[in-house]
Design a protein around this ligand. Structure first.
Ligand SMILES: CSC[C@H]1O[C@H](OP(=O)(O)O)[C@H](O)[C@@H]1O
Ligand SMILES: Nc1ncnc2[nH]cnc12
Length: 299
């Protein structure tokens, strides 16, 4: 039985990564959060060392949620309530750079927001105002742990770090003009899922790193066919196998770092001092909701 606060690490699986079949499953949970239910039941698995790992399929198992429909607040809230302190979030991405071919992995350290404001993107508002630090949207310490295991990847795949992602709304892919514009802006990869997931994880004080897996060259390359779902899913077969292998390799160091609270930078407690609203002006219902993810911070 999983007790709240029992599961320190979570993995979010994206397109093509709906299970972690190399870990032993303990049970499935489906907590109702103040922001509703997560994308699907959360699988609680056991790592080889016995540590509990939560796995959540971002689009649901069977892929029934568009990127815009993913209930990111419920996803992050449910994971936080289980005790999750660190998330590795896998994502299929298009490459905007020649040197990032399909099947290479990328650890972004920056993101450009091209979502259209239709996704609920904060736990705050409705009588409780707070502003999270987001200059560095991903977690450098987590990225370093993943990068250290780069040699385990098969198919000649490399890992690139310190890259910039652009997160577009979708679900249709970009036009060629947009793809060229993102390149001119300095973006290296493109997906539809980094936001608001990364932002909500920061608000919930969970260390979060996206592990991106290149599946295509989007549509900026004149000599190449523009991206299709078929291309993405073909490359996801190899990428999925590599993702599972990489995860297994990183778990020992990740478990140790999380259990010792040794991951840097340390954002724990940052949201306590990010609140702006005077205590007598806070809406009690919102304070109660926030207690689910940041107990005692505003109550
Ligand atoms: C199937 S191609 C577009 C789709 O794939 C990526 O999903 P995820 O990040 O969950 O792996 C991309 O962000 C789009 O949602
Ligand atoms: N080219 C692309 N654009 C947006 N999201 C993607 N996911 C995988 N490939 C993508």
């Amino acid at each position: 039985m999983v007790h709240p606060q029992d599961v320190p690490i979570a993995v979010i699986g994206g397109s093509g990564l709906y299970h972690l079949d190399n870990l032993e499953v303990i049970e499935e949970v489906n907590p109702e959060t103040p922001w509703g239910f997560a994308s699907d039941k959360i699988i609680i698995a056991r790592s080889p060392s016995g540590c509990k790992i939560a796995f959540l399929a971002r689009h649901g198992r069977g892929h029934y949620l568009t990127p815009s429909e993913v209930p990111s607040r419920a996803n992050i809230a449910a994971l936080k309530h289980l005790g999750v302190k660190a998330i590795l979030a896998f994502s299929a991405v298009g490459s905007l750079r020649e040197e990032i071919p399909p099947c290479d992995f990328v650890l972004p350290d920056q993101v450009i927001d091209r979502t259209k404001g239709i996704r609920p993107s904060t736990f705050f508002g409705e009588g409780l105002v707070a502003h999270a630090m987001f200059a560095d949207p991903f977690h450098a310490g987590l990225a370093d742990l993943v990068y250290a295991q780069r040699e385990v990847l098969d198919f000649g795949a490399k890992i690139h770090k310190n890259k910039t992602a652009v997160c577009m709304e979708g679900p249709a892919f970009s036009t060629r003009a947009e793809s060229h514009m993102y390149r001119a802006w300095g973006a290296d990869i493109i997906n539809m899922s980094a936001l608001p997931e990364a932002k909500l994880a920061r608000e919930a004080e969970i260390d979060y790193q996206m592990v991106c897996m290149s599946t295509d060259y989007d549509c900026w390359r004149v000599e190449e066919e523009a991206v299709t779902v078929e291309t993405v899913m073909q490359n996801m077969v190899n990428n999925g196998a590599n993702a599972k292998k990489l995860l297994l390799a990183v778990l020992p160091s990740l478990e140790e770092a999380v259990s010792k609270d040794a991951l840097l930078p340390n954002y724990k407690g940052s949201m306590k001092f990010s609140g702006m609203t005077a205590s007598e002006k806070r809406t009690p219902e919102t304070v109660k909701k926030l207690d689910y993810i940041l107990p005692g911070y505003y109550s």
